[in-house]
Design a protein around this ligand. Structure first.
Ligand code: AMP
Length: 467
């Protein structure tokens, strides 16, 4: 099928062509025609499938009749509302709206928390047809009376499962109560647990149901592997893995903000270009970290689940789970950052003995066995030897547990802030950034043969692809 077969307007076909897309993805093929007809759609599609264009292109077409260049705000009421769970996703969707809508004079704005509300208020007062928003900040605008939602014709709920996971249900209900009863509803979700199904049944009217991947499955472009690693050795193991495999762009996941900060700082101290991404960072910091990572200036981005949700990083080759997610469905979201738009990727998990149950839950969910191998016992050797030549080891500073700072006002608390079990967290913390921890016995420099053996263990494992 070609884009020209979908009934899209010339302005949109031009924008698509300028993006270099040659043919529609599966979700675009299936979602664009019913959306153009004004039907409600419930779509099971992960990020990376092209779902943003699947709803943005047809909604732009439906709004095209309202496009005008009048300066009067009254001529630019909010006609489409797109809700996303995170600021990053909102920014990305907004960018797509601008990209695909560049030849149609419709106004769009994006509002999310963590940045000043004033410029957003001015933009909304001037009038916009398409509004991309996170629920909390949108309600702030509702309370300030800077936005009127009474003329919304199309509601898009993007990554609905994550919005519910993040506790946005009351906000969503409140927002929906402000919309006209007659409207088109489009709900996109990577997964459909029971609460999402119930919510979809309440919001959608006789929807066209589309599923582009099997339920709770992962793209077969991603190969999965795991290493069984002692929690105290994860930090060194990660470093060796990245160095030995010469990984240039790696998204590393931790379960908590504290761990993301500590790991990033520790890797930075060891000469890596590294940044942390989580919800305690200011919006500017998050945008800057993401931009540097996308441009390849930052080699390692250490992120928590919520902050990395929905990120679109072109051709990201590696995702490393420094800690497995407490919720197995988050594994699918994490690895959804790689293997996108037809390009193969790799997901590697570092699994501590007390995370084996989590690994089994993930395998059950993705219906796939993840090959696991024992980490080499002396992965520290190379690093320690290198360090002893490169720089004197610093005495280890005593470390105190860092309290998590309160989340930004409009963001609900990050799932990742859930404290890891006492013992595990303590063990990991002592393993992070301890250049010469007193309790560690520095092994003698490895022989060349042994070093080669260790390096061989880090070669890309032969992994079973998803069937
Ligand atoms: P999404 O699932 O919306 O996050 O999209 C993932 C990536 O696929 C984005 O980088 C899009 O630019 C890209 N993309 C969307 N549609 C197409 C298409 N038809 N052909 C190739 N790439 C696409």
């Amino acid at each position: 099928m070609q884009f020209t077969d979908l009934g899209l307007a010339a302005e949109l076909l031009r924008a698509v062509e300028e993006q270099g897309y040659t043919e529609p993805t599966a979700i675009q093929e299936q979602a664009i025609p019913p959306i153009l007809l004004g039907q409600d759609v419930q779509a099971g599609a992960q990020t990376g499938t092209g779902k943003t264009a699947a709803f943005t292109l047809p909604l732009l077409q439906r709004l095209k009749v309202h496009a005008n260049t009048s300066v009067s705000p009254a001529r630019h009421p909010v006609r489409t509302l797109i809700l996303t769970p995170t600021r990053e996703l909102a920014a990305q969707v907004f960018e797509s709206v601008r990209t695909y809508g560049k030849h149609i004079p419709l106004r769009a704005a994006c509002v999310f928390g963590g940045v000043s509300i004033d410029p957003q208020m001015a933009e909304l007062r001037a009038g916009v047809e398409i509004l991309v928003a996170t629920p909390g900040r949108l309600l702030d605008h509702v309370h300030q009376r800077t936005v009127n939602l009474s003329q919304v014709q199309i509601l898009v709920l993007d990554e609905a499962d994550r919005m519910l996971d993040m506790g946005f249900m009351p906000d969503l209900k409140r927002i929906i109560s402000l919309l006209p009863a007659v409207r088109q509803n489009l709900l996109f979700s990577a997964t459909f647990p029971d609460d999402i199904k119930r919510f979809a049944d309440q919001v959608l009217k006789d929807p066209v149901r589309i599923q582009v991947e099997r339920r709770n499955t992962v793209t077969d472009l991603v190969s999965h592997s795991a290493f069984k690693v002692d929690p105290l050795r994860k930090r060194e193991f990660l470093e060796n893995l990245v160095r030995t495999r010469d990984m240039r762009q790696v998204l590393v996941f931790t379960s908590t903000k504290i761990m993301a900060n500590r790991l990033a700082r520790s890797l930075e101290r060891d000469g890596f270009n590294c940044a942390a991404l989580h919800s305690d960072k200011t919006q500017q910091e998050r945008m800057a970290a993401l931009a540097a990572f996308k441009e390849g200036k930052t080699q390692l981005l250490v992120a928590t689940d919520i902050a990395a949700r929905g990120l679109d990083i072109e051709q990201l080759p590696h995702v490393i789970n420094f800690e497995l997610p407490p919720n197995p469905e988050d594994y699918i979201h994490r690895i959804g950052r790689t293997g996108r738009a037809g390009i193969a990727g790799e997901a590697i998990s570092l699994v501590a003995p007390d995370e084996m149950d989590s690994l089994a839950s993930i395998e059950r969910l993705i219906k796939q066995k993840i090959p696991i191998q024992a980490a080499p016992t002396d992965t520290v050797a190379g690093r320690s030897a290198r360090r002893s030549h490169a720089q004197p080891s610093r005495p280890d500073r005593p470390r105190r547990a860092e309290p998590a700072t309160p989340p930004a006002p409009t963001m609900p608390p990050e799932a990742g802030v859930r404290a890891a079990p006492e013992g595990r967290c303590g063990a990991l913390l002592s393993g992070v950034g301890t250049a010469a921890a007193p309790q560690r016995v520095t092994p003698s420099a490895p022989t060349d043969k042994r070093r080669k053996e260790v390096a061989a263990l880090f070669l890309p494992p032969v992994t079973a692809k998803q069937d």
